[in-house]
Structure formats: structure tokens, C-alpha cells
Write a protein that binds this ligand. Structure first.
Ligand code: GLU
Length: 310
């Protein structure tokens, strides 16, 4: 009997010591910023957290990620702070389907709404997009939500344009081939997909003017003003005024608090690895991790930020 008990206890110990927690991170398209940063995070967590095996997955981005998290197909998501709020509250495209188990880990960096147009198509303002072939982001992206809001603020619906649901990589290809005239890209700037187009085509970045900003902010408080500095992209030699939201990480409330705490701790401790993956890693700092947080923080994140005095 005693031998049995000892054996049993050893087995339990072995299982609890070696049981691996798999963390799947939902990111975005491979030409975006979420994807390389997500891959770096997976690497950081796998290397530094005991018995954690994390991996990053390419997805349609924000909206798709919320649904993947809700269906328990993934454990951590990159998401825009506007989209995650709509999901938590059950409004906009999540109307009557609130996801109350959503919790925030940290906000990361501003995501700029960039409207890229081929320079010779006469598109100098949002209003000029009427009648054009416009990529509005991948189906299930936050980009697509922003495209709809901005067009509507300018009095344009999807019936007034030729809508194309394309990932950043697909949009870049189609701009290069002149199959489309313009594309919305909500991502940290500079964005690789836009650099890619600017290398072979003359591009403009269409400003989001003050009048549209006013309308947007009245309906959707998450849009903040931002300037894309001159020469961020080849051929765009003036500052461009537009709006931005924030990239953040979210999880379900059932993720253990001590794990969340360790995830944040190791994430910030390995910022260098994030910067190696993408320049936006420079902005991933605990000091700004609660700025623009639009849903309740996970208790593990609360503890982390409280300890840091943030
Ligand atoms: N914010 C974008 C979206 O949710 C994705 C950005 C990225 O992939 O870096 O549509």
C-alpha cells in the first residue's frame, strides 16, 4: 500500500512538473506588424516560462482574433483597442453578442490608419475614393472596421466604391499591378507592405481631414490624431494627418493570474527581442501599457502594473 501511495505521489509530481501549457497567439497577416511581434513573443515565452510552449498563428487579425479567443481556439490575441471594446460591450459588429470574459494584458503601440493610393489616380482626399477600387482590409480585420467608419464619416458607403477584402500583402500586390487604386492599412507605421509598394510605384498617403476626424471622434472615441512624418515612405515628402488606434494584447479571464503576471514580466524584460522582430518593439514599455486600455485588465496584469507603480 505504502509503495503504491509513494508511486502515485511521484506520478502526480511528474505530471505536474512536466505538464506543458500551450499558448497559441493569434496575430494577423504575415505582412503586418502583429505577426513578427507575435512570433517574437512566442519565442520569449517558450524560452523563459517554465513548461510553456507558445506559438504564433497568422490570422485575419482583430475581429477574427476575438472570435478565435471566444471559441477557445487561441489563448492570447493581438487586437485593436477599438475592436476589443466593441466585442466586450456587444456593440457595432458584435451587436448583442457581448464577450464579457475578455481581459486586457497591455496596450502596445499606436496603429496608424494609412490610406495608401496610387499617385496618378487623382485621390487627394477620402472623398475622392468614391467610385474607386478600394482594398478595405482582410475579412475579419480591424482595418476593415476602420475603413467602414472613415468612409461613412465622409458620406461614402461600400455601395459607392468597389470593395476588395484583401490582406496587407494582397493589397500591396494589387496596388503594384494596378488592380486596385487604394488600400486601407491599420498598422504601426512604417508598414512593410506599404514600403514594398512605394519601392515600385509612386504613392500618396491620403490625409483624414479635420472634418472627418470630428465626426469619427464623436461616434468612436478610440480614434486619436496622429501624423505620419514626411519621408516615412518613399515619395511622400509631406507630413500626413490621419488617425490611430492602439494595438494591445487580450486574453480570456480564465487564464491563470500567475501565468499572466509572468508573461508580462518576461515580455518587458526581453524588449530587445521584440525590437529585433519589428521597430515598433521600441514602444512596448510597461510605462505606457495601460494607456488606451479599453477593457478590464486581467488580475495578473493588474498585479504586474501595480508592482511597477503604473
Ligand atoms: N490592426 C490590424 C487589424 O486588426 C492588423 C495589423 C497588423 O497585422 O499588424 O486589422
Amino acid at each position: 500500500m505504502k509503495r503504491f501511495v509513494v508511486g502515485f505521489l511521484l506520478a502526480v509530481l511528474a505530471i505536474s512538473t512536466f505538464a506543458v501549457t500551450f499558448l497559441t497567439i493569434a496575430t494577423g497577416g504575415t505582412a503586418g506588424v502583429y505577426y513578427p511581434l507575435g512570433a517574437a513573443m512566442a519565442d520569449i515565452w517558450t524560452r523563459n516560462l517554465k513548461n510553456v510552449n507558445a506559438s504564433a498563428q497568422s490570422t485575419g487579425a482583430s475581429v477574427a482574433n476575438v472570435n478565435l479567443l471566444k471559441n477557445k481556439e487561441v489563448d492570447v490575441i493581438f487586437v485593436q483597442n477599438d475592436v476589443v471594446y466593441y466585442a466586450y460591450a456587444g456593440i457595432e459588429l458584435f451587436k448583442d453578442q457581448p464577450f464579457k470574459g475578455l481581459r486586457g494584458l497591455a496596450t502596445l503601440y499606436p496603429e496608424t490608419i494609412q490610406i495608401v493610393a496610387l499617385a496618378d489616380k487623382g485621390i487627394n482626399s477620402v472623398y475622392d475614393l468614391k467610385g474607386k477600387r478600394v482594398a478595405v482590409g482582410a475579412a475579419g480585420s480591424g482595418t476593415e472596421v476602420n475603413a467602414r467608419h472613415i468612409l461613412l464619416a465622409a458620406g461614402i458607403t461600400y455601395n459607392d466604391i468597389k470593395v476588395q477584402y484583401l490582406s496587407f500583402a494582397e493589397a500591396a500586390e494589387n496596388l503594384k499591378n494596378e488592380n486596385i487604386d487604394a488600400a486601407f492599412v491599420t498598422a504601426g507605421h512604417p508598414t512593410a507592405a506599404i514600403i514594398d509598394v512605394s519601392a515600385v510605384k509612386k504613392i500618396t498617403i491620403v490625409p483624414v481631414d479635420e472634418k472627418i476626424v470630428q465626426i469619427l471622434q464623436k461616434n468612436y472615441p478610440f480614434y486619436t490624431k496622429i501624423i505620419i512624418p514626411a519621408n516615412t515612405y518613399k515619395g511622400v515628402d509631406k507630413d500626413v494627418e490621419t488617425v490611430a488606434v492602439k494595438a494591445m494584447l487580450a486574453v480570456r479571464e480564465d487564464l491563470p493570474a500567475d501565468l499572466v503576471y509572468e508573461m508580462l514580466k518576461t515580455l518587458y524584460a526581453n524588449q530587445k527581442r521584440l525590437i529585433e522582430a519589428h521597430a515598433k518593439g521600441e514602444m512596448i514599455l510597461p510605462e505606457t501599457g495601460k494607456e488606451g486600455m479599453s477593457i478590464p485588465l486581467h488580475p495578473g496584469a493588474e498585479k504586474f502594473f501595480a508592482e511597477m507603480g503604473i
